[in-house]
Ligand binder design. Structure first.
Ligand SMILES: *Cc1c(COP(=O)(O)O)cnc(C)c1O
Length: 372
């Protein structure tokens, strides 16, 4: 068997919007686990979800997430399938917004826009903010939002992955349940988790491979959940079964466990992770802010994402030239989302500062070659 390649020997650095890069030491452990998880003596792809070993994986991962987020005791942590998309439906199915008190949603970009029609199938929705006319270049200020005390819940997306917009504060009222899609910035920074009633985040942007979605629910949110939900779509079934209601994605959950250990033991927690992420993002934004306008950042400066840096060049042709040159130089995944084009550098937790430095050097070099 060929021995593993280190990240520096690989052909490409991964700046993809998702599935995203994973930490090098995690990939090495995964490589080993595909052949054999040492303490079990079996491949991770063939270990029973009913084994004591896997029950311990679930318990350790719950404990790790709880400690990374400082989560109080009255929260359940679930590992579900169906991606973030299934949560777009499970949330309104569980909370049944009524016409007299519609659920409140913010439409801040592509992904929040996908959640709204799913909620409308299940009940009444009031859209508090809809920036679609301006192509989602900024987020609302508190003065531009009026939250109702009667709303059954507020739903928003903390980081709009496509447009590169990120809230740097918690939104809404403390007396209305907050529900947040944190798929693309979960565990990238401290998030005041105890102020949310439900947080969901699929793994494949920032914390693992596709196939598993972390859902964190405050216990009391479920007290009026309807009794006629399909078992699979009822959070209570999964709570009762300890995330083993049916065959779960053992492999994906195991990789998320390895990532959580890496965050705790190697990085030193989410506050430290946030500092690193901030340093990475500032390197790129500094280049976008040089006054020649060669690279034009998409998002307003105050709402910029630390995870997804979206920008444009002077024309789609120039952007294609850039992407071709980047690909040839070993930078992968930089094309913007198909819905808006442009360029997007996704710099999730596992993308290292040296990798970002390389990208910035490349961008600087490219710009000088074009201008010369
Ligand atoms: C990618 C993404 C989604 C879609 O997730 P799936 O797991 O593919 O359903 C939802 N929300 C956000 C914020 C995302 O970035």
């Amino acid at each position: 068997m060929k021995s593993h390649q280190s990240v520096n020997q690989r052909n490409s650095l991964n700046f993809s919007g998702g599935p995203g890069a994973l930490p090098e030491p995690v990939l090495q452990q995964v490589q080993q686990a595909i052949i054999e998880v040492p303490e079990v003596g079996l491949s991770i792809l063939g270990i029973s979800h009913r084994s004591d070993w896997f029950a311990a994986v679930i318990t350790e991962l719950e404990t790790n997430i709880q400690s990374l987020l400082n989560l109080p005791e009255n929260y359940h942590i679930l590992f579900l399938q169906g991606g973030a998309t299934q949560q777009f439906s499970m949330v309104p199915m569980t909370l049944r917004p009524q016409a007299v008190s519609p659920a409140e949603y913010l439409h801040t970009g592509y992904w929040s826009g996908k959640a709204i029609p799913e909620a409308m199938r299940k009940g009444a929705v009031r859209v508090l903010w809809n920036e679609v006319d301006n192509n989602f270049r900024r987020l609302p200020t508190d003065n531009e939002l009026s939250f109702s005390a009667q709303a059954p819940y507020l739903h928003y997306v903390s980081n709009e992955t496509v447009e590169g917009l990120q809230f740097h504060r918690v939104l809404g009222r403390d007396d209305v349940p907050r529900i947040c899609d944190m798929s693309s910035d979960f565990l990238s920074r401290p998030c005041e988790a105890e102020r949310f009633s439900l947080i969901y985040a699929h793994a494949q942007k920032n914390i693992g491979p596709a196939g598993v979605t972390v859902v964190i629910i405050r216990d009391e949110l479920l007290k009026n959940a309807p009794d006629d939900l399909p078992g699979f779509l009822d959070y209570r079934s999964h709570i009762q079964a300890h995330s083993i209601y049916n065959t779960p994605p053992v492999f994906a959950i195991y990789v998320v466990l390895l990532v959580s250990r890496w965050l705790i033991n190697t990085i030193g927690g989410v506050a430290r992770m946030a500092q690193i992420n901030q340093n990475k993002a500032e390197l790129i934004y500094k280049l976008l802010d040089t006054d020649n306008n060669f690279y034009q950042g998409r998002a307003d400066a105050g709402d910029r994402s630390m995870m997804n840096v979206a920008f444009n060049l002077s024309s789609p042709e120039m952007e294609q030239t850039f992407l071709n040159a980047a690909q040839a130089a070993g930078f992968s995944g930089l094309a913007g989302h198909r819905s808006i084009g442009g360029i997007r550098a996704s710099i999730y937790n596992a993308v290292t500062l040296p990798a970002v430095k390389k990208l910035v050097d490349f961008m600087d070099d490219f710009q000088h070659k074009q201008i010369r």
